[in-house]
Write a protein that binds this ligand. Structure first.
Ligand code: KIV
Ligand code: ZN
Length: 524
């Protein structure tokens, strides 16, 4: 193995807040974006793509605030290939200690057809827009969108133009998740060999996971000479998502013998970030997801447990502690005190201010009264719920009683506070959740359509807490709410109300359709 200090450095470019947040329903609030950016910065991410500033007022404000707060990371914003986008992007990122403008245009035949530009016209547009960006900022990234389906000769030509116009990073996106590892490597190698000036810039790889090859494609690109990987926490992103940060970072670390490259990531922060992104995006992590799935380090079968007790390396290629999972998992109970709770949370990578700890302690005691043993996952669900629901809430659930049984219809009685005023109502429904949601709708009428209702048990046992995600859609705005409780109906109703509160905030911030989901990638 080579000495790690002399190994080439691979930059980690995180786009959870831009490409990840673009996933329908993954929208985050302003505060959540700032929080995630802060965690990414602390974790050692080299470049944070904080958003798409022209897309909406909300995106612009989030990118500029993140730029002002970042301590170590470069802060990047996305801009289409036109001066208005690029100017707006610069306005947002210019506050950063280290700002970057990322501008892009679709270069494959299918993408060239949309703005109706021929090859020469597009080449001229690339020259003009990269020059414009470079006149504003000395750190400019350029991407030929759908690069993996662009003719090689044309790709070489436009990459050369972008480098001559001043781009400092050339990103090669596999926009539709179409490439395969060997091809991904060959493409980077081809560009490095054929394009004059290629050795003066950093090549980046940006892969989507439509065929499940994003991680393999990114690593293959690195082996061929790419020195920046674009990725998201939990692989969040449109369709099948982007390359997962935790997968590429841990692969480079665990298989450093055959991939001798370094990243600057503190891997012990991975689990904390993964959980937080899952909560705020409403996209739960699949149980068997590599590195961060609930089962990634669980060894249940007798033969595995036996092997693990004798030598953990029998079935584990990395230690849970390396990704921020605590080695022990002794549950807390109703006699556990504040100090034990604080220590346990610290172990789990959750550092709370005193006032937050007090609130969590009260909720922990209430939970411990209902549940004999409070496990790590229970605490994580509880803290996430507290963080999700501590913002100002227009709608608040004050009281809920449901009557259910085999001989329906089920009934719910509710007191809901709307902007500080209590409203009481009862309703029937097709099941207790339906009845409770009906009460909310009668007190606070709205047109939002329920797109997703998902319930997960946090731990085993009939007294387990349920975490519930609810996704709503109204006039093209999609929001997700979540909540946790040992009572599934209460968790469901709170998640629904949480989603409605987010929708109310979104309505105030954007006119219908005026956000990132509807800004065309090809328009002006
Ligand atoms: O997938 C893609 O092509 C992108 C670009 C905007 C870089 O996300
Ligand atoms: Zn992308």
């Amino acid at each position: 193995m080579t000495d790690s200090k002399t190994q080439p450095r691979v930059l980690i470019f995180d786009t959870t807040l831009r490409d990840g947040e673009q996933s329908p329903g993954a929208t985050m609030t302003h505060e959540e974006k700032l929080e995630i950016a802060g965690l990414l910065d602390e974790m050692g991410v080299d470049i944070i793509e904080a958003g798409f500033p022209i897309a909406s007022e909300g995106d612009f404000t989030a990118v500029s605030e993140i730029a002002k707060r970042a301590k170590n990371s470069t802060i990047c914003g996305l801009a289409r290939a036109n001066p208005k986008d690029i100017d707006r992007c610069w306005e947002a990122v210019r506050h950063a200690k280290s700002p970057r403008i990322h501008t892009f245009i679709g270069t494959s035949p299918l993408h060239r057809a949309i703005p109706n530009l021929d090859m020469d016209q597009m080449a001229e547009r690339i020259h003009d827009t990269v020059t414009h960006a470079r006149n504003l900022c000395d750190n400019v990234q350029w991407s030929p969108m759908d690069a993996t389906r662009t003719e090689h000769d044309y790709l070489c030509r436009v990459v050369e133009i972008a480098i001559k116009a001043g781009a400092t990073t050339i990103n090669i996106p596999d926009t539709v998740g179409y490439t395969a590892p060997r091809e991904s490597a060959d493409l980077i190698r081809m560009l490095l060999e054929r394009v004059p000036g290629a050795d003066q810039v950093i090549f980046a790889t940006h892969c989507h996971n439509d065929l499940g090859m994003a991680t393999a494609n990114s690593l293959a690109a690195v082996e061929a000479g790419a020195r920046q990987i674009e990725c998201t926490i939990n692989g969040l992103g449109e369709r099948a998502g982007n390359t997962a940060l935790e997968e590429v970072v841990m692969a480079l670390r665990v298989r450093n013998d055959i991939m001798p490259y370094q990243t600057g990531i503190d891997t012990t922060k991975i689990m904390g970030l993964s959980r937080r992104v899952a909560t705020v995006s409403g996209f739960a992590v699949q149980f068997n997801k590599a590195i961060v799935g609930k089962n990634a380090f669980a060894h249940e079968s007798g033969i595995h447990q036996d092997g693990m007790l004798k030598n953990r390396e029998t079935f584990e290629v990395m230690r849970p502690e390396d990704v921020g999972l605590s080695g022990t998992s002794l549950p807390l109970g109703k006699h556990s005190g504040r100090a034990a709770l604080r220590a346990k949370l610290k172990d789990l990578g959750v550092d709370l201010a005193d006032n937050q700890l007090n609130d969590v302690f009260v909720r922990f005691k209430a939970l411990a009264d209902r549940k004999k043993e409070v496990y790590d996952d229970d605490l994580i669900a509880l803290v996430s719920d507290e963080q999700t629901n501590d913002a100002y809430e227009f709608l608040q659930l004050k009281k809920l009683r449901v009557v259910c049984g085999t001989d329906g219809p089920q009934e719910a009685e509710m007191v809901l506070t709307v902007d500080g005023v209590d409203h009481k109502i009862d309703a029937t429904g097709d099941g207790p959740v339906d009845a409770a949601f009906m009460c909310v709708k009668m007190i606070y009428p709205h047109k939002a359509r329920l797109q997703l209702y998902q319930v997960n048990a946090v731990t085993e046992g009939t007294d387990a807490q349920a975490t519930v995600s609810v996704r709503l859609e109204e006039d093209g705005r999609i929001v997700t709410g979540s909540s946790a409780d040992t009572d599934t109906i209460v968790a469901s109703t709170r998640a629904y109300i949480n989603a409605l509160n987010r929708l109310i905030i979104r309505r105030q911030k954007t006119a219908p359709g005026e956000d990132v989901k509807t800004v065309s990638y090809h328009g002006e």
